[in-house]
Design a protein. Structure first.
Length: 451
């Protein structure tokens, strides 16, 4: 990185950043209190609140949001008449999945092969640290030139919408000229990228019932309707022969016109097994950024170990549908529900429950904030120009903020490049990315203040 005072300051703060990220990763802050203690999320929230207080933030508060979780808010005043920038990250994390499959403990930050491993290291506790590093670098080099609002969400991974509903009920709280969402990532490590679109999502639970109770498969199998087989039929109806998502009435042929994703590189990033085909049609970018994608997240049925020779009376599944910009998530939910009901065979009873929803997002890339970010990235990543990419994941808060504050400019950056393996076993963060993006954000705030 080319030498400049901000970059030098960030470099000097990296040992502290690692220690702080280790403290934050240690909290098992999964916002599913049936699986993980509420006290772990509360501990992480208090850690963030204490960090903001130590940096001189005012009005630091733990916001009790309608979904039963806490978001952390703080306000750092800048010079009189300065612009206001909202910095966003979330401190909640995905469950670690199979802890035994991790090379090192998921809630213990561990350095290995030049990366820092731990659940939330990139998504998105690292984003909290990135914001803190940027602000500290500015304070050490002339001061923070804008008013800063900081919000750390406590349930983003669950999709339960607590902060969205809170923001709607308190619309003045998060108002800003520009919003920096620190929950995305570079297209590739070392390639500076802003994410300009996000797919929305809807999540449904489907239950199929056919019998009053399980039956002996030898005595009744062949005529008694099997609920698990009925559920499998329904779920299979959601995909065409090539694996494309097929929900009745849902548009699925959109194209992505921006940065393209090389198919062989995608296979490596996704760790697709040799000989296994990719699913869907069109370019990889079309499939993951511009088109709907259905995923069966889980099925309740007897496990293989201990299974008995029974015709199943009931079975259920959780189904996620990612929806691209231009598709209303509420309408997509209705179409998905109607599809599931219409494709349930044999007159089986079907019940459907909605458990999450968020709208897609598309940014205005012609704004002054994007120009300020491009200049910052060119300094933090010498010889590289800022790239525009989509993201297949969802950050429902983006659309809420865009609706509440239509004049605000929204930029998405972050640490979740492909090698980070967010949501998977052995999630990690690149300390070089953390350093460069912290420099980027600091320079962006300075550029934006002067624009």
């Amino acid at each position: 990185m080319s030498s400049n005072p901000v970059a030098e300051t960030v470099a000097s703060l990296m040992p502290r950043a690692r220690a702080e990220l280790a403290e934050l990763v240690a909290f098992k802050s999964v916002a599913d209190f049936d699986q993980f203690p509420r006290s772990e999320s509360e501990g992480a929230a208090n850690w963030v609140a204490d960090a903001l207080t130590a940096e001189g933030f005012q009005d630091v508060a733990l916001l009790d949001t309608p979904d039963g979780t806490q978001s952390v808010y703080g306000y750092l005043p800048g010079p009189e008449g300065a612009k206001t920038v909202l910095l966003y990250a979330h401190y909640d994390v995905q469950p670690p999945l199979d802890e035994a499959a991790w090379t090192t403990p998921p809630f213990e930050l561990t350095e290995r092969d030049g990366r820092w491993y731990g659940r939330g290291a990139a998504d998105c506790k690292g984003g909290v640290i990135m914001h803190l590093l940027a602000l500290r670098a500015l304070k050490a080099n002339g001061g923070v030139p804008v008013h800063v609002k900081f919000i750390a969400e406590g349930s983003e991974e669950m999709g339960t919408g607590g902060l969205e509903r809170y923001a709607e009920e308190h619309p003045d709280l998060l108002t800003a000229d520009t919003i920096v969402i620190g929950d995305a990532g570079n297209f590739r490590a070392g390639l500076p990228t802003v994410t300009t679109t996000l797919r929305g999502m809807t999540m449904l639970r489907i239950r199929v019932d056919t019998l009053e109770g399980n039956l002996h498969s030898g005595q009744f199998g062949g005529a008694a309707p099997d609920a698990l087989a009925a559920l499998i039929r329904v779920l299979d109806s959601l995909r065409a022969e090539d694996g494309s998502t097929t929900v009745d009435g849902l548009t699925s042929g959109s194209r992505w016109e921006g940065l393209q994703y090389d198919e062989q590189q995608f296979r490596r990033d996704a760790k697709v097994l040799d000989g296994v085909e990719l699913i869907g049609s069109g370019t990889v970018a079309d499939r993951i950024w511009a088109r709907p994608a259905v995923t069966v997240l889980g099925i309740d049925c007897p496990p293989v170990v201990g299974a008995t020779p029974s015709v199943q009376a009931g079975a259920r599944a959780t189904v996620s549908l990612r929806v691209p910009p231009g598709v209303d998530a509420t309408e997509a939910t209705k179409l998905l529900q109607a599809h599931l009901e219409a494709h349930t065979p044999w007159g089986a009873r079907v019940s459907i429950e909605q458990v999450g929803q968020g709208q897609a997002f598309s940014a205005d890339t012609t704004s002054p904030a994007y120009a300020a970010m491009a200049r910052a990235m060119s300094v933090a990543y010498p010889g590289q120009e800022m790239q525009y990419a989509g993201q297949g994941g969802s950050i429902p808060l983006c659309n809420t903020l865009a609706s509440l504050y239509p004049q605000a400019e929204i930029l998405l950056i972050g640490l979740s490049e492909p090698e980070a393996q967010i949501h998977a076993v052995d999630e990690s963060v690149s300390p070089e990315e953390l350093e460069r993006l912290s420099v980027t954000e600091a320079l962006f705030l300075r550029n934006y203040a002067a624009s």
